[in-house]
Design a protein around this ligand. Structure first.
Ligand SMILES: [Zn+2]
Length: 422
């Protein structure tokens, strides 16, 4: 907002909150990928602790090569260089990437199905427009869907989405349960989940694979399970990850909803410190978002059971199987899971050669305790409790808008295979 606008609005007695004045632009921030190499991650992080860097992602690739991606503010670049890490530059200017990500898009015109056409996937969108989009999907598919609400976020936003079913009617089949955008900054996740919804709604009539999937499973899809964080990532701080929960005796805001589940709660790969990006909370389920999701999962589990759970993330390009909380134990059906994940990854690679790794999360990515997929596997009887990290390892969280559609298309290929063969 410029001063002229502020002045003219003020003239008419309208109070304008200066949100844009506090919006972080990340101008001049550089993004590095540090080779962890023989350094232990803990010692590397302690050397970094002096600097106000932003932790983006870390990964244990195949062959044991570990990397840590971080963003460094311009005023600390010199101090970072002095630490002499072996590091590649992923971005020269994170602020420029965010500018290139494009403005939030307009609400598109309807296509022949009576819903916004594929141009929905040409840009990212404001939270309110996502809600409107789910309602429009439901209206276009009214006999086979309903809008659902799992609970309410810390700031009071409904955690909502859509339930779709096939020929045997509502609640007649085992569940496929999808959670998107649990991490606020992973904007591509809600867009890709919506692409899957769009394909189901528009394909059910004529596409035999879609019809079979929806006739075999009830789909419960919550595209944005962290609405407070998501809104904050759009209005104030693009790289926000956690929810927006405040707690007693600390000025730090936010708990990592994906460390707050009861299975493996508080173990390695989560933090008890409120300032950490992986702060688990003080007790399992003490975030309203995670409590609502656990309760919702229990209802599905007690009803027709959960066949497949996918928690959608970005940007490591990997299919994560259970477990995350331990590297030494595996679900009894792990070999079947690995076979399915391998072929799903092969199908994802078909359209654009995007490579997805796969395997137990603790082994292929990193240890994470109190996560959703482990809960689904151990506490909700889910046959396949998965997480999928979408593209892109080269762009990170700030994925250009022209990659939304390709990302959706490649995942759609993987999902069609998975749903028909699981
Ligand atoms: Zn994530």
């Amino acid at each position: 907002m410029n001063l002229r606008t502020a002045f003219s609005l003020a003239t008419f007695g309208i109070v304008v909150l200066p949100t844009s004045a506090h919006k972080s632009t990340f101008e001049g921030y550089k993004v590095y990928q540090i080779e962890v190499g023989s350094n232990h991650e803990a010692s590397l992080k302690s050397r970094l602790q002096e600097l106000p860097i932003i932790e983006l992602s870390h990964s244990h690739g195949h062959g044991g090569a570990s990397t840590l991606d971080i963003a460094v503010p311009p005023e600390h670049l010199e101090a970072f260089d002095a630490l002499n890490f072996t590091a590649a530059i992923l971005s020269e200017d994170l602020g420029a990437d965010i500018a290139a990500e494009g403005p939030l898009g307009p609400y598109p015109a309807f296509d022949d199905f009576g819903i916004p056409g594929l141009s929905w996937f040409d840009s990212y969108h404001a939270y309110e427009d996502h809600i409107r989009y789910w309602a429009d999907l439901h209206s276009a598919f009214a006999n086979n869907s309903e809008l659902i609400q799992a609970g309410v976020s810390f700031e009071g936003r409904p955690i909502q989405g859509i339930h779709l079913w096939g020929s045997d009617g509502r609640n007649s089949k085992p569940a496929v349960f999808f959670n998107g955008n649990v991490h606020a900054r992973e904007w591509i996740t809600s867009m890709v989940v919506e692409y899957l919804l769009y394909q189901i709604v528009t394909g059910y009539e004529n596409d035999t694979i879609v019809r079979a999937a929806l006739d075999n499973y009830d789909f419960y899809v919550l595209p944005i399970v962290n609405p407070d964080g998501f809104v904050y990532s759009q209005t104030n701080y693009r790289l926000w990850r956690k929810n927006r929960q405040v707690r007693d005796n600390t000025t730090e805001v936010g708990t990592d909803i994906n460390r707050n589940w009861s299975v493996g709660f508080g173990g390695d790969g989560s933090s008890s410190s409120p300032g950490s990006e992986t702060f688990s909370g003080y007790a399992a389920g003490d975030t309203p978002e995670c409590a609502a999701l656990m309760e919702f999962a229990q209802v599905l589990a007690a009803d027709k059971g959960i066949k497949l759970y996918i928690d959608w993330h970005s940007y490591a390009q990997v299919i994560l199987l259970s477990y995350g909380y331990t590297c030494d134990d595996f679900p009894p059906n792990i070999e079947r899971q690995i076979d399915l994940a391998a072929e799903t990854a092969a199908r994802i690679a078909q359209p654009y050669n995007t490579t997805f790794d796969y395997g137990p999360g603790c082994i292929v990515l990193y240890q994470s305790s109190g996560n959703g997929r482990d809960y689904m596997t151990d506490a909700a009887g889910t046959e396949f409790g998965w997480g999928i990290e979408l593209r892109s390892t080269s762009y990170g969280f700030v994925l250009p808008a022209e990659q939304i559609l390709p990302s959706g298309q490649e995942i759609w290929e993987g999902m069609k295979y998975l749903w028909a063969n699981m």
